[in-house]
Design a protein around this ligand. Sequence first.
Ligand code: PLP
Length: 431
Amino acid sequence: MSFDFTTQSIHAGYDPLANGDAASVPIYSSAAFTMESAERGDALAAGEAKGFSYSRVANPTVDVLEKRIAALEGGDNAVAVASGMAAVSFSLLCAAEGGGRIISPTNLYGASVDAMETFFPQFGVHTDFVKDINDLAEVESKIGPDTRAIFCESVANPSTEITDIAALADLAHRHGVALIVDNTVPTPYLFRPIEFGADVVVHSTTKGITGHGNAIGGVVVDGGHFDWTNGRFPQFTRTELVVSDERNGVWRSFADMFGAEAYIRRVRIKYLRTFGAVASPFNAYLSLVGLETLGPRVGREVATATAVAKYLQTNPHVKAVNYSGIGTTGQDDLVAKYYPKGVGTILSFLMDGDESNVRRILDGAKLFSYVPNIGDARSLIVDPARITHREVPRAYREAAGVTDNLIRLSIGLEEPADLIADLEQAIGGAY
Ligand code: PLP
């Protein structure tokens, strides 16, 4: 039987009969699990038997979250991690490790740009930035022998610009390159990149997936279709002790051992196991609780975001509104193709005046919380140039529309009229 998205967000990946009949997913806070017998312990350690032994590598509560998000994204497998940045970093390094290159736009969450611009190069992984990820000629001109992955956000934070995922996937696959998509802003309720050809999807589950702002987390989802043995990715075909059996003289690569699951198994066995950015069972539980309401919650938030964006367009102090859902990015064709239920719950807008006006708006808002997060049940306000995108070089920031007078909102579950009234009084008091 195949179930609707909303049904899966409540049930996928969980069997009460295998969990003490608990109706809701239990929190297995145990650090380790008995391996039962020497024979089973050996098979578990070799990766030949399925099961749990140590929570740095896998945990039953976290496992439900992984299975549920994989189902919601239409992926084969997932690995949950401690934060969205762990998911971004692990997914990109796992594809590009050992001297590979990434192609990416600059209109991304600030820490992702900073990682690719200043930090990954310290590990020998470089990024070729493009001005416009939807300019396929520009993207193709950057593909070289070392290119391993194209990275983008499906809906960019905070511009809400939409990436043409199907066209980009086509281009990437013609060159044997993987497409990795950060789908944090729309959540799988609004958009499922794997259905349009993406190979890997990452999330900051901190945001819309959890939806109540009480747990930092991330996830890497593997579509399971990409051929990691096509010659561009030596890390999957090289033999490695961690997947081999030295005592019996059997040497294997990740591709030998796991076939189509080579990528996601490497994320778990090398990245999670080594760097250790593990999702805690308690945070996984909090994310599962949030996931149960994903569809109804995001549906309401999108309707409110649309009303707020339209109100802002009528305010004389607002110079421009960025919310692709109401046509501000000139991408109506992409919105209609990919986002029939809406583009997400964040939007941004540009104020006239100077920095002092922006500060007065931030300080004057009473209902909106001034915090560097998105996807909460509470509505949030922030000035990206000084907070979420502070580490991004000015030229990149401004190309992505993150200028000094830009304000970002994340719309929650409050009454739309109350949110609009709060913005009206905060802006009114700032000039
Ligand atoms: N990706 C996007 C689009 C984000 O907005 C964020 C955080 O704001 C991240 C990744 C990083 O997530 P986390 O804060 O959970 O590490």
